[in-house]
Design a protein around this ligand. Structure first.
Ligand code: ADE
Length: 246
């Protein structure tokens, strides 16, 4: 009789994070709907400690920058060994850095559609440029501000992807009607009580007139986007104009 073989159930979307602070994971990715989805094997997380690939007993991973300057640089051989220890499986290799291309909901949707991501979390002043080029890393920033390292950025990016995976959000919290899905910021929300600290819920929302409510919500979205994000508003207008021409 052949021995029983048990194959691992296939997890369709997996994230691998490479970090000097493995204790930072799963962090927020272990809580709430994202953590529940991981327990339900909708997605998987693997954490690799870059320091395990150090070449010496002191577990050093960095060295002083060529040409001088502040801080330390992550050594290329160690970063590459950590990267090469992870099976690519068609996943993009992303390096989180404030120098990267700004992360967008469009890129998040693309990443959520694939087989997962490999995320390299930077620390120190940065990573030797030859690894970025040699391993064809995609440099991504989560915003125009500087974090102490890539770990929080990695969790933000992975969370943005995982919530789009089939079976993660319930129908009530459907991802399709939110900010950026139509290129506009979200309309304001209210709940009971009807009056609070002298402020009332807008009358239209209590009217029961679903057509008027939908129109009010769209008007509010356009207004807040125009004021707060003129760049998004221009893109929204340009899209509307092209529809009108068709
Ligand atoms: N590491 C440090 N700051 C960052 C940022 N803004 N985005 C991505 N990774 C980072």
């Amino acid at each position: 009789e052949p021995p029983m073989t048990r194959t691992q159930p296939h997890i369709p979307w997996t994230a691998a994070t490479l970090t000097l602070f493995p204790d930072a994971f799963p962090g927020m990715l272990g809580t709430s709907i994202i953590g529940t989805a991981e327990k339900n094997r909708i997605w998987g997380l693997e954490t690799v400690d870059i320091r395990d690939f150090s070449a010496n007993k002191h577990r050093n991973v960095d060295d002083t920058p060529a040409g001088g300057g502040p801080g330390m640089v992550l050594k290329p051989n160690i970063a590459a060994a950590a990267i090469d220890s992870v099976a690519r499986n068609g996943r993009p290799l992303i390096y989180l850095t404030p120098r990267g291309a700004p992360l967008t909901q469009k890129r998040v949707r693309e990443l959520a559609t694939g087989s997962g991501v490999i995320v390299f979390c930077g620390r120190f002043e940065g990573l030797d440029q030859r690894v970025i080029e040699g391993r064809q890393m995609e440099e991504v920033s989560i915003g125009d501000f500087v974090l102490a390292g890539g770990e929080v950025a990695a969790q933000a990016m992975i969370e943005a992807c995982v919530r789009l995976l089939p079976g993660v959000l319930g129908g009530a919290e459907s991802a399709s009607e939110e900010s950026f899905e139509d290129g506009l910021l979200e309309y304001p929300l209210y709940t009971r009580p009807r009056e609070w600290e002298g402020r009332s819920i807008p009358e239209v929302l209590l009217s029961g007139d679903h057509k008027r409510i939908a129109q009010w919500q769209l008007d509010e979205k356009i207004e807040i986007t125009k004021r707060r994000r003129p760049d998004l508003y221009e893109a929204y207008r340009a899209k509307g104009d092209s529809h009108e021409r068709d």
